[in-house]
Structures are given as C-alpha cells and as structure tokens.
Design a protein around this ligand. Structure first.
Ligand code: NAP
Ligand code: HSE
Length: 428
C-alpha cells in the first residue's frame, strides 16, 4: 500500500469539502489510484466551530505550524487563505521538502516567484490547480499541455461571485446586496468579499494565468483592475437595450511591445460565447497561432468543485512523492516586457446626462474628436430640458479615452458623465 500523510491548513468551505472526500471516498480513491491518502493533521482557527464532518480531536490543532512540522505529514494542503500566516507556512513546508497544494490565488499573485523558487530549490511540487477557475482544469493545461504554444490572448470570466451577482441582477432583477449575500451563502465569495467585487480576486487570477500563458511574471501591481461595485442597474438596462451583457473580464494579451494584463467589467455582445456564461460558472478562452481557440468552462467557485481540483493536485503530488524523484518546476518565469494599460486600445460605452439643447451633441462629439476618439454609435433618450446620451466609441488608447472623458466633464451642458463601461466586441 502506498501511503501519504496529508496535513491540512484550513477546514472551511474548500477544506471541509476536501476532508469529506478524503474520508468518505477514501476507498474509491485508493481503488482508482493505488494511493492511501491519510488525513493526519488539520489546522483551524476555532476549535468550537461546528463542522460538517466530525474529526478526531487528536487530528485538530489551532497551531498551523504543528501541521507543517508533523513528521507524519508528507504533503501540506493550504486552504486557509490570506497572505499570512499562509505564506510563511507554505514556505516552511517547501523548505522542509514537503510538497504543497494550495488554492490561494492571492498568495500566489503576491509571492509567486518566491514560492516557485523555494519549491524548485527543494525539488518538490507546488501545485495550485484550484487557484484559478475553481473546478476547471486550467493551470495544468496551460503550464503543461500548452507549454509549447505561443499563446496570444487569454480572456476569462474568473470570478464566480461577481458572475453570479451579475446574472442575478440582470436576469432576475436582484439587488446588488441580495445577490452578494446569496453568493456568500453559497460559498462562492471570499471570507472578505472586497476582493471579489472590487476585481482584486480576478486580478490575482489574471496575473497567474498571464504568467503561465506567457512564461513571465507580470506582478499583481501591474494588473489594472476595476470591479463591479461601480455598475448601476441603469448600466445593466442600457447594456441589454444595446444588445450587450456585462461581464467582469480578466484579459491577458500579447501586444506589440509586450504583454498587458487587466480586469474590468465589459459589455459583450449577447452573441459572444462568454456572454452565455451564467451564475458562478467561470470560462477561460485561450488563443494561440497553432491551437486556434480553446474554451475551458465549468464551476468556478464553491467548496465541492474547488476541492475536486485540490484533490487532483494532492493525488498528483502524492505520486511525485512516491516516485521519489526531484521535481523540475513546471514553469520558468522571465521578467516581462509590459505594455501600460494607458496605451491599450479599448472601446468605451459612455452614458452622459446632458442639457437637451441645440449644439450639445456636436460639442460632445467634438471633445471625443479632439482627443482622437472616433464615435461608433449614439443613442439619445429623454425629452424636455435634459437628455441621456449613450455613446459607444471605436478603439482608442485608454489615455485618449480618459482625456476625452475629463474634457466632457468640463462642458457646461454636460450635467454628468454618469457611467463608463468598456466594450469588448472582437471575437475572443
Ligand atoms: P474559509 O471558508 O474562510 O476557510 C478558511 C479555513 O482556514 C477555516 O477553516 C479557518 O478556520 C482556517 N484558518 C484561517 N486562518 C487560520 C489560522 N491563522 N490558523 C488556523 N486556521 C486558520 O475559506 P475557503 O473559502 O475555504 O477558501 C480557502 C482558500 O481557497 C482561499 O485561499 C480561497 O481564495 C481559495 N479558494 C476558495 C474558493 C471558494 O469557492 N470558496 C474557490 C477557489 C479558491 P475556522 O474554520 O476555525 O474559521
Ligand atoms: N471567491 C472566488 C470566486 C472563489 O468567487 O470566484 C473562487 O476562486
């Protein structure tokens, strides 16, 4: 029998599901893989908390170092989340020669190169399939199957919470608050959902995807991100009227001069394949010259799907341990040539509240033109003193779009720039 002792850091939404699988499906896993995966230590913060699956008190500890240092633990699974103490614990395990499986995208985005280097130095695997796309296999395909592809572009819906919220708001008229509460109840949101709704979670995932796709480290600080917190129900309504749906997109692409990685809510034509991705489902498009287009889609958040990806990594790492060989890193990271977001060409939808007077539309068009932004379409609504203008522009550098916006805000007849949402209309 091939036995591997597992130490678990965290027994929350993901950890709880993993424990259930390891306990209830122990025999099935053994039959399928030949591995006896034994859960030996589990760190939690609160002993008294009620758990969905009962654990022997001797297994539980509130000191996570106990888990990492336990000589009976040969493989450490980090599902506690956050930067610390998770970061130091992962490093401690790797330096002790113990493989680590983690679902912690925030930690990987913040300290990826350091952790990967520590794993390489010890010759043990650091696996993180669950860190992006929940249950979708995406890390392994990108870093292994597509290792030789010159990936051009990765576009994804990579945050289940916000996609769930946007779906509930646009299809069922749910309020922002109710939709968020529902996402939290269903276990999609982070313990603190700020990073979900503010785009930080998707930015961390975009940074990880970019590093695997392009073999370079963009650094989370270089990933522009904007969340869904500034979207209004009027934006959702106008998007629908104009034939679009709004999605929070993570985009990593190779442009002339380097790579750009960014996250923002964008209007997508309803016929676009990503527009059909509903609820907590995630989807990731990969484009490359040889492969053409690949679409990976599936459950992007929640305990069970995420634990499925973690378990796959545990089995993979356990096999590596038993093989006894030094593990070569799955990715090499070079430093990246980056294109600043200000230089990226984007299309904008701009909603303006204006005085309904002769010459106002001409003034507005003039300001776009003065900054080199060409207008694609204009829709006007309202009669009387005021009107709402919905303008969709052609592509222009983000810096030009921003300059046009600032000029519009200065016009006397423009009461407000009520909203700006970028438009992604090209095929992904
Ligand atoms: P969670 O429900 O908040 O669980 C965190 C667990 O870690 C809890 O069991 C908690 O103990 C324990 N913990 C936290 N800090 C600790 C400390 N200092 N010492 C000991 N134990 C500690 O989080 P989760 O949703 O399972 O997420 C875990 C990780 O997976 C995060 O990195 C998250 O980003 C990632 N992830 C989550 C999902 C998802 O859908 N939820 C999907 C993909 C990736 P108590 O139980 O006692 O509070
Ligand atoms: N909070 C994350 C999400 C969990 O909503 O996508 C999956 O990483």
């Amino acid at each position: 029998m091939k036995t591997v002792g597992i130490g678990l850091l965290g027994a929350g939404i993901v950890g709880g599901s993993l424990i259930r699988r390891l306990v209830e499906e122990h025999s099935a896993i053994e039959a399928k893989t030949g591995l006896n995966l034994e859960l030996r230590r589990v760190a939690v913060r609160d002993f008294a908390k009620e758990r969905s699956i009962a654990l022997d008190a001797a297994v539980l500890t509130i000191d996570p170092v106990d888990v990492v240092d336990d000589p009976n633990v040969g493989l450490v699974v980090e599902v506690m989340g956050g930067l610390e103490p998770a970061g130091e614990l992962v490093l401690r395990a790797l330096r002790a020669g113990k493989p680590v499986v983690t679902a912690n995208k925030a930690l990987l985005a913040a300290r990826g190169p350091e952790l990967i280097a520590a794993a390489e130095e010890s010759g043990v695997p650091l696996l993180f399939e669950a860190a992006v796309g929940g249950g979708i296999p995406i890390i392994r395909p990108l870093s292994e199957t597509l290792a030789g592809e010159q990936v051009q572009r990765v576009v994804g819906i990579v945050n289940g919470t916000t996609n769930f919220m946007l779906t509930r708001m646009s299809e069922d008229g749910a309020s922002y608050r109710d939709a968020l509460e529902e996402a939290q109840t269903l276990g999609y949101a982070e313990a603190d959902p700020t990073a979900d709704i503010g785009g930080g979670d998707a930015a961390a995932k975009a940074a990880i995807l970019a590093s695997l796709a392009f073999g370079m480290w963009a650094g989370i600080d270089n990933v522009y991100h904007q969340g869904i917190d500034s979207l209004t129900s009027a934006d959702m309504k106008w998007a629908a009227e104009l034939g679009y749906t709004i999605k929070l997109l993570a985009i990593a692409e190779r442009l002339e001069g380097g790579v750009n990685v960014r996250v923002y809510p964008a209007m997508l034509p309803v016929a676009h394949p990503l527009a059909a991705i509903r609820g907590s489902t995630n989807a990731i498009f990969i484009e490359g010259p040889s492969i053409g287009e690949l679409l990976f889609a599936g459950p992007g958040a929640g305990g069970e799907p995420t634990a499925s990806a973690v378990l796959g990594d545990v089995i993979d790492a356990a096999r590596e341990i038993l093989a006894g060989a030094q593990v070569a890193p799955r990715i090499q990271l070079s430093s990246a040539e980056l294109v600043p977001f200000e230089d990226v060409q984007t299309k904008w939808y701009v909603r303006l509240e204006v005085d309904d007077q002769p010459g106002v539309l001409a003034q507005v068009a003039g300001e776009f033109g003065r900054h080199g932004v060409s207008i694609k379409s204009v829709l006007q609504e309202g009669t009387g003193d005021d009107a709402t203008l919905m303008i969709v522009t052609h592509r222009a550098a983000e810096s030009q779009q921003r300059a046009a916006r600032s000029s519009l805000e200065e016009l006397d007849n423009v009461r407000s720039v009520a909203s700006v949402v970028r438009v992604e209309s090209a095929a992904p």
